[in-house]
Design a protein around this ligand. Structure first.
Ligand code: 5GP
Length: 347
């Protein structure tokens, strides 16, 4: 047994220190970023935010609305094949990741959809990116889809970030345990404070000219700003995008003043009992659920939330004098505001 005693930080442990700046208005800053991807050599420009590939948020409607803002959506993997083919053949398909796990069925379904429609982004997603089998799947997908941008995860350490990039990932997805409906830290004792994970993995990825996507734990626009400050190239959001018209979820109505008003919407983790019952007929006897089901307030169209997030990021950029999103991490100085990471179980 070993103990690491270096300080590891979460979003709530820091604030971004303001810096002298010549930028006067939020309109003087550009929140878009341009990337050239390591393995494919292809280029992309947009607002580097990705809706999580969860049942509730990884929807085609989400891809449509977020696409208008230059942002991306990782579709959940449970859409039927014909629907996926139709979607990826449409213009909205350009703003979306095709998501899959590592089962033979997942790989077969991807092959079948990719044969019929162009797939620009692939999200290879497992709860534990440390399994040897995962690296093999990344290699295989890289070989089979040389023109697709491959995002793979999740991991939280620099060594594994490098291994995934060398295996063929263009983007590595970072985060084990920080998700708003994730109970991995509580159930297994495993995890890593998210801000430190982003800083360390971004450093490793950038050394190889790869990118990272910070996945999980953002609860407000300021956390998204901190993730970019820490070096995240992309930020993935679940909970912050839940509760909207573009989501796939049950809306709860209440009678108010004689009118039926939408008040809440369900949101659940992809390893929760709700998800396992829906997709695999229940929780297998050898595993525990590592996600929970919550109700989020109903918030109408995701347009309003996107405006808040983009507004928050723009404003952060004027505070630190960054005209372009690319400059943010170079201009970020974090101030530590807590003595210890105490609430490690988050949401
Ligand atoms: P959020 O933005 O809600 O804080 O985090 C979203 C991320 O939580 C997802 O992209 C995914 O990585 C993670 N996640 C989603 N469902 C589950 C789950 O059931 N268990 C765990 N451990 N993580 C989950």
């Amino acid at each position: 047994m070993r103990i690491e005693t270096d300080v590891k930080l979460d979003f709530k442990d820091v604030l971004i220190r303001p810096k002298r700046s010549t930028l006067n208005t939020r309109s003087a800053v550009d929140v878009d970023r341009a990337f050239r991807f390591l393995h494919t050599g292809s280029e992309w420009k947009g607002f580097p935010l990705i809706a999580a590939n969860m049942d509730v948020t990884g929807t085609m409607a989400m891809a449509h609305t977020l696409g208008k803002h230059g942002a991306l959506t990782a579709l959940h993997k449970h859409y039927p094949e014909p629907k996926l083919i139709e979607f990826f053949a449409s213009s909205d398909g350009r703003h979306a990741f095709y998501s899959l796990g590592t089962t033979a069925g997942d790989v077969r379904k991807l092959a079948s959809v990719a044969k019929a429609a162009p797939i620009r982004f692939i999200c290879l997603d497992v709860a534990n990116g440390y399994a040897e089998k995962f690296l093999e799947t990344v290699k295989r997908v890289r070989d089979d889809y040389p023109n697709a941008v491959v995002m793979a995860g999740n991991v939280v350490t620099g060594d594994m970030t490098e291994a995934l990039i060398l295996a063929g990932a263009d983007i590595v997805k970072i985060g084990i345990g920080p998700g708003s409906v994730c109970t991995t830290r509580r159930v297994t004792g495993v995890g890593y404070p998210q801000l430190s994970a982003i800083i360390e993995c971004a450093d490793a990825a950038h050394g190889l000219k790869g990118q990272v996507c910070a996945d999980g734990g953002c609860t407000a626009p300021g956390d998204v700003a901190k993730a970019y400050g820490a070096g995240a190239d992309f930020v993935m959001l679940g909970g912050m995008l839940a509760g909207h018209d573009e989501c796939d979820g049950q809306i709860r109505f209440e009678e108010r003043g004689g009118e039926k008003v939408a008040v809440g919407m369900t949101f659940y983790g992809m390893s929760s009992e709700t998800a396992m019952r829906k997709h695999s007929g229940g929780v297998a006897h050898y595993r525990a659920a590592e996600g929970k089901t919550v109700e989020t307030p109903y918030r109408g169209s995701v347009e309003g939330t996107m405006a808040e997030i983009m507004g928050g990021v723009r404003s952060m950029m004027t505070y630190i004098g960054a005209a372009h999103l690319k400059e943010v991490s170079k201009r970020t100085t974090f101030v530590r505001v807590t003595a210890q990471t105490n609430d490690v179980f988050g949401g």
